[in-house]
Structure formats: C-alpha cells, structure tokens
Design a protein around this ligand. Sequence first.
Ligand SMILES: [Zn+2]
Length: 62
Amino acid sequence: MKTAVCPDCGSDVNVGSQPRVGKQVVCDSCGAELEVVWLDPIELDYPMMDFDDYEELSEDER
Ligand SMILES: [Zn+2]
C-alpha cells in the first residue's frame, strides 16, 4: 500500500497499491474527498466539482 499526504489535514492517506491519476480517495483522518493528481511523488488534491462551469467553457470554445 502507498500513501500520500492529505492537503487538508496533512495526514497520510492510503491510495492503494497501484494508484492512478484521477483515482478518488477519502482521507481517514478528516474525511476529505481527494483525487490523485500526480504519481511521482504521489500528490493529492481536491477533485473538480464545478462541472457546470467546465461545460460552459467547453461549449464556448466550440
Ligand atoms: Zn485529511
């Protein structure tokens, strides 16, 4: 098992034995929902939640 540091509380978060970018994990310590954003070293960040804004931007570009 590998761990990464929670950006919210600084605790080690279990990301499984073969983490991938985009894998969603939950911090055991603070309950934050996180996503693997980088693998070497493993970094966690908050997942993108603003789907409305994202879709708006894509439509404007087309
Ligand atoms: Zn945490």
